[in-house]
Write a protein that binds this ligand. Structure first.
Ligand SMILES: *Cc1c(COP(=O)(O)O)cnc(C)c1O
Length: 409
Protein backbone atom coordinates (compact mmCIF):
# COMPACT_ATOMS: atom_id res chain seq x y z
CA UNK A 1 0.00 0.00 0.00
CA UNK A 2 3.10 2.21 -0.32
CA UNK A 3 2.60 3.69 3.15
CA UNK A 4 -0.67 5.42 2.30
CA UNK A 5 -3.41 5.55 4.88
CA UNK A 6 -6.46 3.42 4.36
CA UNK A 7 -9.61 5.23 3.31
CA UNK A 8 -12.46 3.86 5.40
CA UNK A 9 -15.92 3.45 3.92
CA UNK A 10 -17.36 5.44 6.82
CA UNK A 11 -15.83 7.76 9.41
CA UNK A 12 -18.03 8.00 12.48
CA UNK A 13 -15.18 8.94 14.80
CA UNK A 14 -14.21 12.42 13.56
CA UNK A 15 -17.61 14.13 14.04
CA UNK A 16 -17.97 12.65 17.53
CA UNK A 17 -14.50 13.71 18.60
CA UNK A 18 -15.31 17.23 17.35
CA UNK A 19 -18.47 17.34 19.45
CA UNK A 20 -17.13 15.40 22.44
CA UNK A 21 -17.57 18.14 25.02
CA UNK A 22 -21.13 18.99 24.06
CA UNK A 23 -22.10 15.31 23.94
CA UNK A 24 -20.59 14.45 27.30
CA UNK A 25 -22.39 17.53 28.68
CA UNK A 26 -25.69 15.96 27.61
CA UNK A 27 -24.76 12.69 29.27
CA UNK A 28 -23.79 14.41 32.52
CA UNK A 29 -27.00 16.42 32.53
CA UNK A 30 -29.03 13.23 32.19
CA UNK A 31 -27.06 11.50 34.96
CA UNK A 32 -27.49 14.45 37.30
CA UNK A 33 -31.27 14.59 36.81
CA UNK A 34 -31.85 10.87 36.12
CA UNK A 35 -34.04 12.05 33.26
CA UNK A 36 -33.75 9.04 30.99
CA UNK A 37 -37.24 8.57 29.53
CA UNK A 38 -39.37 11.40 28.14
CA UNK A 39 -38.93 14.94 29.41
CA UNK A 40 -37.71 18.21 27.92
CA UNK A 41 -34.78 16.84 25.89
CA UNK A 42 -37.10 14.61 23.87
CA UNK A 43 -39.60 17.41 23.25
CA UNK A 44 -36.91 19.92 22.35
CA UNK A 45 -35.44 17.57 19.80
CA UNK A 46 -38.85 16.69 18.38
CA UNK A 47 -39.69 20.37 17.91
CA UNK A 48 -36.34 21.12 16.30
CA UNK A 49 -36.52 18.14 13.94
CA UNK A 50 -40.11 18.92 12.90
CA UNK A 51 -38.92 22.41 11.97
CA UNK A 52 -35.92 21.03 10.08
CA UNK A 53 -38.26 18.82 8.02
CA UNK A 54 -40.88 21.53 7.48
CA UNK A 55 -43.41 19.26 9.17
CA UNK A 56 -45.91 20.23 11.86
CA UNK A 57 -45.20 17.33 14.20
CA UNK A 58 -42.31 15.04 15.07
CA UNK A 59 -42.68 12.04 17.36
CA UNK A 60 -39.49 10.36 18.53
CA UNK A 61 -39.26 6.55 18.40
CA UNK A 62 -36.86 3.81 19.38
CA UNK A 63 -35.64 3.18 15.82
CA UNK A 64 -36.45 3.85 12.19
CA UNK A 65 -38.14 0.47 11.95
CA UNK A 66 -40.43 1.31 14.89
CA UNK A 67 -41.11 4.73 13.39
CA UNK A 68 -42.18 3.20 10.07
CA UNK A 69 -44.38 0.58 11.75
CA UNK A 70 -46.08 3.22 13.94
CA UNK A 71 -46.57 5.54 10.95
CA UNK A 72 -48.22 2.74 8.94
CA UNK A 73 -50.47 1.71 11.81
CA UNK A 74 -51.44 5.25 12.75
CA UNK A 75 -51.95 6.07 9.07
CA UNK A 76 -54.59 3.34 8.89
CA UNK A 77 -52.89 0.20 7.57
CA UNK A 78 -54.71 -2.86 8.98
CA UNK A 79 -53.76 -6.51 9.36
CA UNK A 80 -54.49 -8.29 6.08
CA UNK A 81 -53.78 -5.24 3.89
CA UNK A 82 -51.33 -5.12 1.00
CA UNK A 83 -48.70 -2.35 1.02
CA UNK A 84 -46.77 -1.43 -2.14
CA UNK A 85 -43.01 -0.85 -1.91
CA UNK A 86 -39.71 -1.67 -3.63
CA UNK A 87 -37.45 -4.73 -3.44
CA UNK A 88 -34.35 -2.51 -3.61
CA UNK A 89 -34.16 -1.23 -0.03
CA UNK A 90 -33.06 -2.29 3.44
CA UNK A 91 -35.26 -5.05 4.88
CA UNK A 92 -36.52 -2.74 7.66
CA UNK A 93 -38.93 -1.21 5.11
CA UNK A 94 -40.76 -4.51 4.64
CA UNK A 95 -40.29 -5.64 8.24
CA UNK A 96 -42.29 -2.62 9.34
CA UNK A 97 -45.01 -3.46 6.81
CA UNK A 98 -45.22 -7.07 8.03
CA UNK A 99 -45.10 -5.98 11.67
CA UNK A 100 -48.12 -3.79 11.00
CA UNK A 101 -49.85 -7.03 9.94
CA UNK A 102 -49.79 -6.22 6.22
CA UNK A 103 -48.15 -7.91 3.26
CA UNK A 104 -45.51 -6.19 1.14
CA UNK A 105 -46.15 -6.11 -2.62
CA UNK A 106 -43.09 -5.18 -4.67
CA UNK A 107 -42.85 -3.07 -7.81
CA UNK A 108 -39.62 -2.42 -9.70
CA UNK A 109 -37.42 0.66 -9.43
CA UNK A 110 -36.41 3.35 -11.89
CA UNK A 111 -33.19 2.48 -13.71
CA UNK A 112 -31.64 5.90 -13.20
CA UNK A 113 -32.74 7.07 -9.75
CA UNK A 114 -33.06 3.59 -8.16
CA UNK A 115 -36.26 4.81 -6.49
CA UNK A 116 -39.75 3.43 -6.94
CA UNK A 117 -40.99 3.76 -10.54
CA UNK A 118 -44.46 5.37 -10.52
CA UNK A 119 -45.29 3.83 -13.91
CA UNK A 120 -44.72 0.37 -12.43
CA UNK A 121 -47.01 1.21 -9.53
CA UNK A 122 -49.69 2.24 -11.99
CA UNK A 123 -49.12 -0.87 -14.06
CA UNK A 124 -49.59 -3.08 -11.00
CA UNK A 125 -52.75 -1.28 -9.88
CA UNK A 126 -54.25 -1.29 -13.37
CA UNK A 127 -53.40 -4.82 -14.45
CA UNK A 128 -53.31 -6.85 -11.23
CA UNK A 129 -55.95 -5.20 -9.06
CA UNK A 130 -59.67 -4.52 -9.24
CA UNK A 131 -61.51 -1.52 -7.89
CA UNK A 132 -64.13 -2.36 -5.29
CA UNK A 133 -66.19 0.77 -5.75
CA UNK A 134 -68.53 -0.05 -2.89
CA UNK A 135 -65.67 0.07 -0.40
CA UNK A 136 -63.61 2.56 -2.44
CA UNK A 137 -60.57 0.30 -2.28
CA UNK A 138 -58.46 -1.57 -4.83
CA UNK A 139 -58.12 -5.29 -4.27
CA UNK A 140 -55.12 -7.38 -5.29
CA UNK A 141 -56.51 -10.00 -7.67
CA UNK A 142 -54.18 -12.81 -6.65
CA UNK A 143 -54.58 -12.60 -2.87
CA UNK A 144 -57.97 -10.91 -2.66
CA UNK A 145 -56.50 -8.48 -0.13
CA UNK A 146 -57.12 -4.73 -0.14
CA UNK A 147 -54.20 -2.55 -1.28
CA UNK A 148 -54.22 0.35 1.16
CA UNK A 149 -50.81 1.99 1.28
CA UNK A 150 -47.62 2.78 -0.58
CA UNK A 151 -44.17 3.27 0.92
CA UNK A 152 -41.67 5.04 -1.36
CA UNK A 153 -38.11 4.85 -0.02
CA UNK A 154 -35.99 7.98 -0.57
CA UNK A 155 -32.97 5.83 -1.27
CA UNK A 156 -29.34 6.93 -0.82
CA UNK A 157 -30.52 10.43 0.18
CA UNK A 158 -32.60 11.19 -2.92
CA UNK A 159 -36.34 11.63 -2.86
CA UNK A 160 -38.72 9.56 -4.96
CA UNK A 161 -40.92 11.16 -7.63
CA UNK A 162 -43.49 12.45 -5.17
CA UNK A 163 -45.80 14.37 -7.54
CA UNK A 164 -46.56 11.21 -9.51
CA UNK A 165 -46.87 9.09 -6.38
CA UNK A 166 -49.24 11.53 -4.69
CA UNK A 167 -51.41 11.56 -7.78
CA UNK A 168 -51.58 7.74 -7.79
CA UNK A 169 -52.21 7.66 -4.02
CA UNK A 170 -55.09 10.10 -4.43
CA UNK A 171 -56.62 8.26 -7.37
CA UNK A 172 -56.48 4.86 -5.66
CA UNK A 173 -57.11 6.03 -2.11
CA UNK A 174 -53.72 4.84 -0.85
CA UNK A 175 -52.03 5.98 2.35
CA UNK A 176 -48.62 7.34 1.36
CA UNK A 177 -45.94 6.89 4.01
CA UNK A 178 -42.38 8.06 3.21
CA UNK A 179 -39.47 5.88 4.24
CA UNK A 180 -37.14 8.85 4.78
CA UNK A 181 -34.62 6.84 6.82
CA UNK A 182 -31.82 7.80 4.40
CA UNK A 183 -33.00 11.28 3.48
CA UNK A 184 -32.73 13.77 6.36
CA UNK A 185 -32.98 17.18 4.70
CA UNK A 186 -33.39 15.93 1.12
CA UNK A 187 -35.58 18.11 -1.07
CA UNK A 188 -37.85 17.69 -4.04
CA UNK A 189 -39.29 20.34 -6.31
CA UNK A 190 -43.01 19.80 -6.60
CA UNK A 191 -44.15 21.03 -10.01
CA UNK A 192 -47.71 20.73 -8.84
CA UNK A 193 -47.16 23.15 -5.99
CA UNK A 194 -44.35 25.04 -7.68
CA UNK A 195 -42.19 24.84 -4.55
CA UNK A 196 -39.38 22.88 -2.92
CA UNK A 197 -40.55 20.33 -0.36
CA UNK A 198 -38.49 18.57 2.29
CA UNK A 199 -38.44 14.84 2.94
CA UNK A 200 -40.84 14.01 5.74
CA UNK A 201 -43.31 16.80 4.95
CA UNK A 202 -45.18 15.36 1.96
CA UNK A 203 -46.70 11.97 2.76
CA UNK A 204 -49.43 11.27 5.31
CA UNK A 205 -46.46 10.57 7.57
CA UNK A 206 -42.76 9.73 7.26
CA UNK A 207 -40.25 7.61 9.13
CA UNK A 208 -36.68 8.61 9.90
CA UNK A 209 -33.87 6.50 11.32
CA UNK A 210 -31.09 7.92 13.48
CA UNK A 211 -28.98 4.79 13.33
CA UNK A 212 -25.37 5.98 13.84
CA UNK A 213 -24.36 5.81 10.17
CA UNK A 214 -27.31 7.86 8.87
CA UNK A 215 -26.87 11.55 7.92
CA UNK A 216 -28.22 12.39 11.37
CA UNK A 217 -27.19 9.57 13.68
CA UNK A 218 -27.66 8.98 17.40
CA UNK A 219 -25.02 7.36 19.59
CA UNK A 220 -27.18 4.23 19.66
CA UNK A 221 -30.65 3.37 18.32
CA UNK A 222 -33.24 6.05 17.55
CA UNK A 223 -35.86 7.12 15.03
CA UNK A 224 -38.79 9.49 14.49
CA UNK A 225 -42.09 9.99 12.71
CA UNK A 226 -42.93 13.31 11.08
CA UNK A 227 -46.40 14.31 9.95
CA UNK A 228 -48.66 17.31 9.38
CA UNK A 229 -51.64 15.37 10.69
CA UNK A 230 -52.48 15.96 14.34
CA UNK A 231 -54.38 12.70 14.67
CA UNK A 232 -51.46 10.65 13.34
CA UNK A 233 -49.10 12.47 15.71
CA UNK A 234 -51.42 11.62 18.62
CA UNK A 235 -51.73 7.97 17.62
CA UNK A 236 -48.00 7.47 17.08
CA UNK A 237 -47.32 8.99 20.49
CA UNK A 238 -49.63 6.36 21.97
CA UNK A 239 -48.23 3.50 19.89
CA UNK A 240 -44.66 4.18 21.00
CA UNK A 241 -45.70 4.24 24.65
CA UNK A 242 -47.85 1.18 25.38
CA UNK A 243 -51.02 2.73 23.96
CA UNK A 244 -51.26 5.18 26.84
CA UNK A 245 -53.32 8.34 26.43
CA UNK A 246 -52.12 9.27 29.91
CA UNK A 247 -50.22 7.31 32.53
CA UNK A 248 -51.88 3.89 33.05
CA UNK A 249 -54.83 4.75 30.78
CA UNK A 250 -54.35 2.42 27.82
CA UNK A 251 -56.69 3.18 24.94
CA UNK A 252 -55.12 0.33 22.98
CA UNK A 253 -52.15 -1.99 23.12
CA UNK A 254 -49.01 -0.29 21.94
CA UNK A 255 -45.30 -0.96 22.05
CA UNK A 256 -42.21 -0.05 23.98
CA UNK A 257 -40.81 2.12 21.20
CA UNK A 258 -39.79 5.43 22.70
CA UNK A 259 -36.87 7.71 21.90
CA UNK A 260 -34.82 7.93 25.09
CA UNK A 261 -33.72 11.27 26.53
CA UNK A 262 -29.97 10.84 26.22
CA UNK A 263 -30.25 9.98 22.52
CA UNK A 264 -32.64 12.91 22.02
CA UNK A 265 -30.10 15.21 23.68
CA UNK A 266 -27.28 13.89 21.48
CA UNK A 267 -29.47 14.28 18.40
CA UNK A 268 -30.36 17.87 19.28
CA UNK A 269 -26.64 18.72 19.46
CA UNK A 270 -25.91 17.02 16.14
CA UNK A 271 -28.98 18.43 14.39
CA UNK A 272 -27.40 21.88 14.65
CA UNK A 273 -24.65 20.62 12.34
CA UNK A 274 -26.79 18.62 9.94
CA UNK A 275 -27.28 21.26 7.24
CA UNK A 276 -23.55 21.91 7.11
CA UNK A 277 -22.76 18.17 7.06
CA UNK A 278 -25.27 17.65 4.24
CA UNK A 279 -23.62 20.47 2.28
CA UNK A 280 -20.21 18.85 2.85
CA UNK A 281 -21.63 15.56 1.52
CA UNK A 282 -23.00 17.37 -1.55
CA UNK A 283 -19.63 19.04 -2.11
CA UNK A 284 -17.90 15.66 -1.85
CA UNK A 285 -20.37 14.20 -4.36
CA UNK A 286 -19.66 17.07 -6.76
CA UNK A 287 -15.91 16.42 -6.37
CA UNK A 288 -16.44 12.75 -7.25
CA UNK A 289 -18.27 13.78 -10.41
CA UNK A 290 -15.48 16.15 -11.37
CA UNK A 291 -12.76 13.57 -10.69
CA UNK A 292 -14.62 10.86 -12.62
CA UNK A 293 -15.14 13.17 -15.61
CA UNK A 294 -11.38 13.80 -15.77
CA UNK A 295 -10.85 10.04 -15.77
CA UNK A 296 -13.05 9.43 -18.78
CA UNK A 297 -14.80 6.80 -16.67
CA UNK A 298 -17.61 5.70 -18.95
CA UNK A 299 -17.44 2.25 -17.35
CA UNK A 300 -18.47 3.70 -14.02
CA UNK A 301 -22.10 4.77 -13.91
CA UNK A 302 -22.47 7.73 -11.56
CA UNK A 303 -25.55 8.51 -9.47
CA UNK A 304 -28.24 10.38 -11.36
CA UNK A 305 -29.65 13.50 -9.76
CA UNK A 306 -32.64 14.73 -11.76
CA UNK A 307 -33.60 18.39 -12.00
CA UNK A 308 -35.83 19.17 -9.09
CA UNK A 309 -33.94 16.95 -6.67
CA UNK A 310 -31.56 18.00 -3.93
CA UNK A 311 -29.95 14.76 -2.84
CA UNK A 312 -28.24 14.66 0.57
CA UNK A 313 -25.96 11.77 -0.45
CA UNK A 314 -26.44 9.40 2.41
CA UNK A 315 -24.49 7.13 0.06
CA UNK A 316 -22.61 7.68 -3.19
CA UNK A 317 -23.49 4.60 -5.20
CA UNK A 318 -21.91 3.92 -8.59
CA UNK A 319 -22.49 0.94 -10.83
CA UNK A 320 -19.75 -1.21 -12.34
CA UNK A 321 -19.71 -4.58 -14.03
CA UNK A 322 -17.65 -7.11 -12.08
CA UNK A 323 -18.58 -5.25 -8.93
CA UNK A 324 -17.30 -7.97 -6.59
CA UNK A 325 -13.87 -7.94 -8.27
CA UNK A 326 -13.83 -4.16 -8.06
CA UNK A 327 -14.40 -4.39 -4.31
CA UNK A 328 -11.44 -6.77 -3.96
CA UNK A 329 -9.24 -4.47 -5.99
CA UNK A 330 -10.23 -1.42 -3.94
CA UNK A 331 -9.82 -3.31 -0.66
CA UNK A 332 -6.28 -4.33 -1.61
CA UNK A 333 -5.58 -0.66 -2.35
CA UNK A 334 -6.84 0.28 1.12
CA UNK A 335 -10.21 1.69 0.01
CA UNK A 336 -13.29 0.63 1.97
CA UNK A 337 -16.60 0.18 0.11
CA UNK A 338 -20.10 -1.14 0.73
CA UNK A 339 -22.96 -2.77 -1.17
CA UNK A 340 -26.46 -1.35 -0.75
CA UNK A 341 -27.91 -3.90 -1.26
CA UNK A 342 -26.53 -7.18 -2.66
CA UNK A 343 -29.75 -9.25 -2.67
CA UNK A 344 -33.10 -7.67 -3.52
CA UNK A 345 -35.79 -8.38 -0.96
CA UNK A 346 -37.97 -10.47 -3.28
CA UNK A 347 -35.12 -13.02 -3.50
CA UNK A 348 -34.41 -13.13 0.23
CA UNK A 349 -35.19 -16.32 2.13
CA UNK A 350 -37.28 -14.31 4.57
CA UNK A 351 -39.78 -13.65 1.75
CA UNK A 352 -39.89 -17.09 0.15
CA UNK A 353 -43.53 -17.20 1.29
CA UNK A 354 -44.36 -14.34 -1.10
CA UNK A 355 -43.38 -16.62 -4.02
CA UNK A 356 -41.43 -14.17 -6.09
CA UNK A 357 -38.76 -15.50 -8.41
CA UNK A 358 -35.61 -14.36 -10.13
CA UNK A 359 -36.50 -12.14 -13.08
CA UNK A 360 -39.60 -10.62 -11.45
CA UNK A 361 -37.90 -7.23 -10.93
CA UNK A 362 -35.08 -7.08 -13.47
CA UNK A 363 -33.93 -3.55 -12.71
CA UNK A 364 -33.68 -4.13 -8.98
CA UNK A 365 -31.77 -7.35 -9.72
CA UNK A 366 -29.35 -5.64 -12.08
CA UNK A 367 -28.70 -2.78 -9.67
CA UNK A 368 -28.16 -5.24 -6.81
CA UNK A 369 -25.45 -6.96 -8.84
CA UNK A 370 -23.66 -3.76 -9.93
CA UNK A 371 -24.11 -1.26 -7.09
CA UNK A 372 -20.96 -0.16 -5.35
CA UNK A 373 -21.03 2.38 -2.51
CA UNK A 374 -17.88 4.52 -2.38
CA UNK A 375 -16.65 6.29 0.75
CA UNK A 376 -18.71 9.43 1.33
CA UNK A 377 -18.98 11.43 4.52
CA UNK A 378 -18.73 15.09 5.48
CA UNK A 379 -15.04 15.02 6.38
CA UNK A 380 -13.87 13.05 3.33
CA UNK A 381 -10.97 14.91 1.68
CA UNK A 382 -10.36 15.61 -1.98
CA UNK A 383 -7.03 13.74 -1.99
CA UNK A 384 -8.78 10.68 -0.58
CA UNK A 385 -11.47 10.88 -3.24
CA UNK A 386 -8.85 11.30 -5.91
CA UNK A 387 -7.28 8.01 -4.79
CA UNK A 388 -10.65 6.24 -4.74
CA UNK A 389 -11.34 7.39 -8.29
CA UNK A 390 -7.93 6.51 -9.68
CA UNK A 391 -8.02 3.06 -8.08
CA UNK A 392 -11.46 2.39 -9.56
CA UNK A 393 -10.23 3.74 -12.88
CA UNK A 394 -7.23 1.38 -12.72
CA UNK A 395 -9.59 -1.50 -12.13
CA UNK A 396 -11.96 -0.80 -15.02
CA UNK A 397 -9.01 -0.20 -17.36
CA UNK A 398 -7.50 -3.61 -16.53
CA UNK A 399 -10.90 -5.17 -17.09
CA UNK A 400 -11.17 -3.54 -20.50
CA UNK A 401 -7.77 -4.87 -21.50
CA UNK A 402 -8.52 -8.43 -20.46
CA UNK A 403 -11.88 -8.37 -22.23
CA UNK A 404 -10.28 -7.09 -25.44
CA UNK A 405 -7.55 -9.72 -25.14
CA UNK A 406 -9.99 -12.57 -24.70
CA UNK A 407 -12.02 -11.37 -27.68
CA UNK A 408 -9.06 -11.20 -30.03
CA UNK A 409 -7.79 -14.62 -28.92
C1 LIG B 1 -31.85 2.44 8.28
C2 LIG B 1 -33.10 2.20 7.52
C3 LIG B 1 -34.29 1.77 8.14
C4 LIG B 1 -34.38 1.32 9.57
O1 LIG B 1 -33.87 2.13 10.51
P1 LIG B 1 -33.41 1.53 11.94
O2 LIG B 1 -33.22 2.77 12.74
O3 LIG B 1 -32.15 0.78 11.71
O4 LIG B 1 -34.50 0.68 12.47
C5 LIG B 1 -35.44 1.67 7.36
N1 LIG B 1 -35.42 1.93 6.05
C6 LIG B 1 -34.29 2.31 5.42
C7 LIG B 1 -34.35 2.60 3.94
C8 LIG B 1 -33.09 2.43 6.12
O5 LIG B 1 -31.98 2.78 5.48
Amino acid sequence: MSGKDNIPFLDLVTPHVELEEELTGILKGALHTAGFIGGPMVEQFENAFAKFCDAKYCVGAGSGTDALRFALMAGGVRPGDVVITVPHTFIATTEAISQAGAEPRFVDIDERTYNIDPSKVRQYLESQCTLDSRLDVVVDNKSGKPVTAIVPVHLYGQMADMDSLLEIAEQYNLILIEDACQAHGAQYFSKKENSWRTAGSIGRAAAFSFYPGKNLGACGEAGAITTNDEEIARKTRMLRDHGQSKKYYHDMEGYNGRLDSIQAGFLAVKLRHLSRWNEMRQAAAARYRELFSEMNGEKVRLPYEPDGSRCVYHLFVVRVEDRDEAIKHLASAGVGTGIHYPIPLHLQKAYANLRYKKGDFPIAEMVASEALSLPLYPHLRRDQQSRVVSELHNFVSIEGRSLAASKSA
